[in-house]
Design a protein around this ligand. Structure first.
Ligand SMILES: Nc1nc2c(ncn2[C@@H]2O[C@H](COP(=O)(O)OP(=O)(O)O)[C@@H](O)[C@H]2O)c(=O)[nH]1
Ligand SMILES: [Mg+2]
Length: 207
């Protein structure tokens, strides 16, 4: 897929104010600092599209970016920010779970995992939650340039193993580096394949 345009459309704190679900969309989510903004910028080829390295846990917004006037990248707030209060975490959960659970045009959740780390409980639990809800998701390992490919392979294998404790099969996996633009073609062709089959779903309007 060639990216001709990628534009910020809106930020929302309310699921009822999202753009109408008439285009396929892909939600990007992961722990704060996992490299989500960098990945979105790398995929779209727009350096400042999603802001990198904002104060973690600060932006609790659902951001919509329209790509090629045809599909949305949705930037969700990072989870698992240790210093957020319990109430904040609970709010985060409610808001994001509502979005993920109810969004008619959501095609796939892109779960970002830091390729340098051992499987993190919060990531595994989040995948399990997606599985329980029957939501499609893929794993996107980030920052692969930070260590040897052997080390990355080991992280991927460990994460797969952790998921196989609850899943019968592991979802599709992408290994990426925003620094080296690795994984870009693979993710874009994955998205392009899904976009081709998209049909506008029935949806409720809020007014
Ligand atoms: N070496 C390297 N650093 C990365 C990569 N992706 C993100 N980073 C760095 O990791 C930090 C967090 O990235 P950011 O995109 O802001 O993460 P976010 O909080 O998930 O949006 C920043 O300092 C980035 O420059 C990558 O692929 N390679
Ligand atoms: Mg960010």
């Amino acid at each position: 897929m060639i990216i001709k345009s990628a534009d910020f459309i809106c930020s929302n704190t309310q699921v009822s104010k999202l753009p109408p679900p008439v285009k396929p969309e892909y939600a990007f989510i992961g722990r704060s600092n996992v490299g989500k903004s960098s990945l979105i910028n790398m995929l779209t080829g727009k350096k400042g599209l999603a802001k990198t390295s904002q104060t973690p846990g600060k932006t609790q917004l659902i951001n919509h970016f329209l790509v090629n006037e045809n599909w949305y990248i949705v930037d969700l707030p990072g989870y698992g920010y240790a210093r957020a209060s319990k109430t904040k975490k609970a709010d985060w959960n409610k808001f994001i779970q509502m979005y993920l659970d109810k969004r008619e045009s959501l095609q796939c959740v892109m779960v970002l995992i830091d390729s340098r780390l051992e499987p993190q409980k919060i990531d595994v639990e989040f995948c399990n939650w997606l599985g329980e809800k029957g939501l499609s998701f893929v794993l996107v390992f980030t920052k692969a340039d930070k260590q040897s490919s052997l080390k990355t392979d080991q992280s991927v294998a460990k994460f797969k193993k952790a998921l196989l404790e609850t899943f019968d099969e592991v979802p599709q996996i992408f290994v990426t580096s925003a620094e080296l633009h690795a994984g870009r073609d693979e993710i874009l062709s994955f998205i392009s394949g899904i976009n081709q089959d998209f049909e506008i779903p029935d949806y409720k309007t809020f007014d």
